[in-house]
Ligand binder design. Structure first.
Ligand code: SAH
Length: 212
């Protein structure tokens, strides 16, 4: 049942313009219902964000698709995710063959999702803390994805990007954001493209918003 529902959802996402087959394949395989609270399971295959407790949400599937497509992940890439949340985005990246490092600032959510990763056998490196300053001991990263909205692009994250690496981050005010895709051309040079109109929960930390 859920597999059929999932395929219908992914077909509709493909219909909305997601063309990267690797992204669509991973999304057909990862069971989103496992990443949402029991009460929300009947809604797991609707293309909407859902509450996961702690005032946070699991992103809308279409948003996960567009961000992952923009990230252009290759097998074996070292990927840093800021905002683990439910763990769904990290699971998609792992399914695509990336080496995933993910940071969540909310301790209870961090522990809950850590348990879920263990239960589902998802191998990712996790950390509880402020992701706006990155994870320097593991830098540089081939890809960095920020799944919460930021007022700006944190310098630490740009600095932890490998040459030719890509960073995808929603930037804007607290209500709506533009998805920025940053490519590191050289040690000093970065190229920035924009994909308009998104709405994420706020990124809170030293190099982002300072409170909820
Ligand atoms: N990728 C998640 C989306 C979660 S919503 C998923 O697939 O479910 C964004 C998450 O970012 C929230 O859990 C929030 O607590 C977290 N967050 C906000 N600011 C952060 C920061 N500075 N460092 C790490 N996590 C942060």
């Amino acid at each position: 049942m859920s597999k059929t529902e999932r395929n219908i959802l992914i077909d509709s996402i493909a219909g909305k313009g997601i063309t990267d087959q690797k992204v669509l394949k991973a999304m057909r395989e990862v069971e989103r219902e496992k990443f949402v609270p029991l009460l929300m399971r009947p809604n797991a295959y609707r293309d909407i964000a859902l509450p996961i407790g702690y005032e946070q949400t699991i992103s809308q599937p279409y948003t996960v698709a567009i961000m992952t497509q923009a990230l252009k992940v290759k097998k074996g890439n070292k990927v840093l995710e800021i905002g683990t949340g439910s763990g769904y985005q990290a699971a998609i990246l792992e399914k695509m063959g990336a080496g995933v490092y993910t940071i969540e600032r909310h301790n209870d959510l961090y522990r809950k999702t850590q348990k879920l990763f263990d239960k589902l056998g998802i191998r990712v490196s996790t950390k509880c803390g402020d992701g706006t300053i990155g994870w320097s001991v593991h830098a540089p990263f081939d890809r960095i994805i920020v799944t919460a909205g930021s007022p700006d692009i944190p310098e630490s994250l740009k600095n932890q990007l490998a040459i030719e690496g890509r960073l995808v981050i929603p930037v804007g005010d607290k209500r709506t954001q533009t998805l920025k895709v940053v490519t590191r051309i050289s040690e000093q040079d970065f190229e920035i493209e924009s994909i308009p109109e998104f709405a994420f929960v706020p990124l809170i930390g030293r190099e982002a918003w300072d409170k909820e």
